[in-house]
Ligand binder design. Structure first.
Ligand code: SF4
Length: 222
C-alpha cells in the first residue's frame, strides 16, 4: 500500500471519528494501568462499570495490598479472568511500591516488567498517561490493519505494530491508535462490518470480496 493511499485512509478515518479517545475511565497513570490490565478479553464498558466502585475503594497501590486476595477477586468478579487479574494487580502493586516509590514508572522497559502488563498495556499507558507517541495493537487495531492490507493476515501483533509505526507519522501514532479502535469497534466490526457504506471500500480487498460474495448470494436467491 503506497503512502498516498495510507494518507487517504488515515484522513478518512479521522473525519469519521474526530473525537476518538481512550474509553477506559481513569484519573491518573496508576488507575489507567489497572483499567488496561482489567480490559484484557473484556469490553471497556464492563471495565468502566467495575472501576467506578473499585477506584473509589482502592486509591493507592497499598490499598490493594491491604485486603485479602479473595476480597479483591470479589470486587472484580464481573470481569473475565478475575482471579488471575486480581493476583496480578496485587503483585503489580507490591512491585510498584518496592521498586518505584508507589508510582507507575514512565518508561516502557519498566512498565513491561510489571505483572500483567504486556506490550499493549505498556503502549497504552505510555501514550495516554505520559504523552509518548505509541501504537498499541489490540484486537480492533489488528483486525482493521489486516482487513485493509496494511498488515498481512498472518502477521503477529508485533509485526502489525511495526508496520503501523513505519507507515504512520510518529506524531500521529497515539491518535491513530484511538481512531483505528473506534473504526473497528463501531464501523469495521468483527461480525458484520459496514462494507456497503464504507468510505474506504475502494482500498479494501476484504471489503470488496465481502461485497462480491453478498452480491452473488443475492443473485442466487433472486
Ligand atoms: S470495506 Fe469493510 S472490511 Fe474494509 S475497512 Fe471498510 S468496513 Fe472494514
Amino acid at each position: 500500500m503506497n503512502a498516498v493511499t495510507i494518507r487517504h485512509i488515515l484522513d478518512t478515518i479521522a473525519e469519521m471519528f474526530p473525537d476518538a479517545h481512550c474509553e477506559l475511565n481513569h484519573r491518573n497513570p496508576f488507575e489507567l494501568t489497572i483499567a488496561v490490565l482489567l480490559s484484557a478479553q473484556c469490553t471497556d464498558e464492563t471495565v468502566n462499570k467495575v472501576t467506578v466502585g473499585l477506584f473509589d475503594k482502592y486509591r493507592t497501590p497499598q490499598d490493594y495490598l491491604n485486603v485479602p486476595l479473595e476480597e479483591l477477586e470479589n470486587d472484580i468478579r464481573r470481569i473475565g479472568l478475575f482471579r488471575n487479574k486480581a493476583a496480578n494487580i496485587q503483585k503489580l502493586c507490591k512491585l510498584v511500591i518496592d521498586k518505584h516509590d508507589g508510582e507507575i514508572p514512565p518508561n516502557y522497559e519498566e512498565l513491561v516488567e510489571l505483572p500483567g502488563v504486556g506490550r499493549k498495556t505498556a503502549n497504552v499507558v505510555m501514550s495516554n498517561a505520559f504523552g509518548v507517541p505509541a501504537i498499541a495493537v489490540d484486537t480492533h487495531v489488528e483486525r482493521v490493519s489486516k482487513r485493509l492490507g496494511i498488515a498481512k493476515a498472518d502477521d503477529s501483533v508485533l509485526e502489525v505494530e511495526k508496520k503501523l509505526m513505519r507507515k504512520v507519522p510518529r506524531d500521529e501514532w497515539t491518535l491513530t491508535h484511538h481512531r483505528l479502535i473506534f473504526f473497528g469497534r463501531y464501523h469495521c466490526k468483527a461480525q458484520n462490518p459496514k462494507c456497503d457504506v464504507c468510505p474506504i471500500l475502494e482500498h479494501c480487498k476484504e471489503g470488496k470480496s465481502r461485497m462480491k460474495a453478498a452480491l452473488k448470494k443475492r443473485s442466487v436467491s433472486s
